[in-house]
Design a protein around this ligand. Sequence first.
Ligand code: NZQ
Ligand code: ZN
Length: 383
Amino acid sequence: MHNFHYANPTQICFGRGEIAAIRTLLPAKARLLLLYGGGSIKRNGVYAQVCEALAGRDWFEFSGIGANPDYDTLMQAVELVRRERIDFLLAVGGGSVLDGAKFVSAAAPFQGDDPWALLADKVPVEGALPLGCVLTLPATGSESNPVAVISRGAAKLSFRSPHLQPRFAVLDPAVTFSLPARQVGNGVVDAFVHILEQYLTYPVQADVQDRLAEGLLLALIDNGPRALSEPDNYPVRANLMWAASLALNGLIGRGVPQDWSTHAIGHQLTALYGLDHAQSLAVVLPSLLREQATAKQEKLCQLGRRVWQLPQQESAALSEACIQHIEAFFQQMGVATCLSDYGLHDACITAVCSNLRHFGLTMLGEHGDLDPDRVARVLARAR
Ligand code: NZQ
Ligand code: ZN
């Protein structure tokens, strides 16, 4: 196990009816901005619960933050924050709204010309407005991590800073009953891939991290399909919401090697062709594992034995069987795994590789040996 530092300062309020807790979590005198997306919170009663909790306060609202939150839209929120001297942000939605609010929190006090520099030039975040959130879609872990992913044209970039860590996160599984099946599947696949990107590298005798990761994967495998077949089952929704949060709150990745190449490649497919975030991951991951099957063989075999309960067999065969189980699980969650399922053909391979080169993402993987030529092979295998 490698050395590590770990703290997760986000206060979690988990369970039915917990939206009411924001009344006590928000500072009494705060000038608040509520940020949300395209309106699902008005249809499922979340907006009404938030309004009730905010009764008697000074607050403004900003809506219309779409999937893969867009820089130009977010800059309108930045203007509103500056004009109205907002000093606390409340994000209510999925990963896109939360990430968008994180960008607004850092961009509003930004002193330079254009806050896009925080992403494009990796200018360090010097400070940000405090942010709290109400999560409506279990998937990204954004509710208790310091990362945000923002899109601008063909660029989909991430930035991170301790200043972006939400102060609190309300996780009420009942608000996820209204999710369409597509977003349930997306959420499970995204969380599953987050765990694998912190697990499927090479062994460093980190038994605690491995067992935590395997436990979370099993919880997703048990509960994911049930959320599709029994959409009103509260314990199923609760287990998914907590598993997705723990999948990317910093815990399971401490002290172990990580490989975020599936996300790096997937972001280009989203930026260029509009695939949902999880769809892009479901296309890339199985082929990427086949490309790296030798380097990742020990962990692939461990995953196959411990999680998929596969019988002992020759390592290469066990690795391939493990990858086939992952692929089948994504399909079971309704997320297709081939480029052609999304109407994409060979031309996309060159475009993705040239985007990766443009953004300097040319040494991916836990060994830094996944260059654009190998990425082209990965995508060709995903046809
Ligand atoms: O816009 P609204 O009306 O809210 O509808 C949303 C949106 O259309 C809808 N939705 C959310 N909660 C709902 C609901 N519909 C009905 N009932 C509910 N309870 O779902 C749609 C998708 O929402 P979105 O927020 O885009 O999905 P997700 O949570 O999957 O977030 C994806 C974004 O997060 C980024 C992705 O790249 C992508 O931009 N990620 C952020 C990460 C992070 N901050 O750590 C890590 C991830 O790997 C990921 O990259
Ligand atoms: Zn993700």
